[in-house]
Design a protein around this ligand. Structure first.
Ligand code: ADP
Ligand code: GN1
Ligand code: MG
Length: 366
């Protein structure tokens, strides 16, 4: 990305102070994120600048309508609860014409958020309190949005956590095999094919009206929540691109996938990758507390299934992207998506073995 493009974009937004620098920031797989530094009379001031991923999000304008709607709603709730509106939710900075995003001359969409200072996003669970805090935060996030008019939200990615459709798309990637990579990953393909029935577990219950649709985050990785450096509390849920109506078990499950493990999502040495039942328990406790009694009996019963399904789905998505030539998730080395897929499948196998214990833990806290 050239400097001129960035400078053009920066000139379209209203910032405090004098521009100092723009550096790439964070470790997200989807958007291009930068931290902007300004000097003001009171000291340094930072902002987050993001170029939205247009190939992932087909309609950035609708997406920004969701973000605007949800952040305004959260702001109101936080105000009512006497919280800090600049740290407990994302805050959009409008462009000079008052729009929540700017479309540049190349047709790229950009947005700016206030930078949440003295807080950190972790890529790995470094201490279990962080994980517990993130659980409370994601549960609480769902509760704060429980009476949001869900029908006004756009579906930013169609069938995002529809595991049945994900399975069908995966089969198409295998059949097409555009990069000729399928022959080398037969074991992983087989792993998916053996689990066609599994892919239906939650979708069928939803279709039968047994599981309610809620406003969910849909990308509840630990690194999508900011933990306050001083208090150790989760202060803000970020990355709102996929907030849509969805299943509570999937929000729960995606956090378990990413956090209740002994290794990074892209660890190459599989002997280091294990499902961590203790961290799972820590998260169950926090999430159920955070939801504050909002979940139905069946929703709670299905939390362990959400963990298995989100991990399976993510592995399937990584493998499909590997087969399709890595066009979706950003990769930083050869076979990066294949490595990611393998950690996920290893976790799925271990969760399948430990399902009775996982269920017993939910029983203990519900
Ligand atoms: P992606 O969809 O690519 O994951 P995110 O919206 O999660 O993009 O942002 C990527 C990273 O940028 C986050 O993991 C976090 O480290 C950082 N970040 C995003 N928003 C803020 C913010 N308002 N304040 C501070 N850091 C942020
Ligand atoms: C992506 O945007 P980011 O990096 O927080 C992806 C998630 C995956 C995750 C895997 C919009 O999340 O669905 O679970 O990578 N987000 C999108 O790490 O596809
Ligand atoms: Mg993110």
């Amino acid at each position: 990305m050239d400097n001129r493009e960035i400078m053009e974009v920066i000139s379209k937004f209203e910032f405090d102070g004098t521009f100092e620098e723009c550096i790439p920031f964070g470790s997200g797989h989807i958007n291009d994120t930068f931290r902007l530094t300004y000097t003001t009379a009171e000291g340094m001031k930072y902002y987050i600048l993001q170029r939205m991923n247009k190939s992932v999000f087909a309609n950035p304008e609708e997406l920004m309508e969701n973000v605007k709607g949800v952040t305004s709603w959260l702001r109101k709730k936080i105000q009512e609860n006497g919280g800090d509106v600049e740290r407990e939710t994302l805050n959009l900075v409008s462009d000079k014409e008052g729009h929540p995003y700017y479309k540049d001359s190349m047709g790229e969409y950009w947005r700016v958020y206030l930078f949440i200072e003295n807080a950190t996003c972790f890529d790995l669970v470094e201490n279990e309190n962080d994980f517990y805090q993130s659980a409370v935060a994601f549960g609480h996030f769902q509760r704060l949005l429980a009476d949001y008019p869900a029908e006004t939200l756009h579906e930013t990615i169609k069938d995002f956590h529809n595991t049945v459709v994900r399975f069908q798309n995966f089969c198409k990637s295998v059949e097409t095999d555009v990069c000729g990579r399928a022959a080398d990953v037969q074991k992983e393909i087989q792993f998916v094919m053996e689990r066609e029935k599994l892919a239906h577990a939650l979708c069928d219950l939803q279709a039968e009206g047994k599981l309610p649709l809620r406003v969910t985050h849909n990308d509840t990785k630990l690194n999508n929540v900011m933990i306050d450096d001083q208090t150790g509390k989760a202060i803000c849920v970020i990355d709102l691109d996929t907030v849509m109506p969805g299943l509570s078990a999937n929000d729960f499950g995606d956090s378990i996938r990413f956090g209740a493990t002994t290794a990074a999502e892209d660890e190459r040495n599989l002997s280091k990758v294990h499902f961590d039942l203790h961290l799972y328990e820590v998260y169950v406790k926090g999430f159920i507390e955070g939801c504050g009694g909002a979940l139905t009996e069946l929703e709670m019963e299905m939390l362990p299934m959400g963990a298995i399904l989100m991990t399976f789905e993510c592995g399937m998505r990584f493998l499909a992207d590997h087969l399709e030539g890595d066009h979706y998730f950003k990769i930083h080395r050869e076979n990066h998506n294949l490595d990611r897929c393998r950690t996920q499948f290893q976790l799925v196998s271990e969760m399948e073995e430990k399902l009775p214990e996982m269920k017993a833990i939910v029983e203990k806290y519900k």
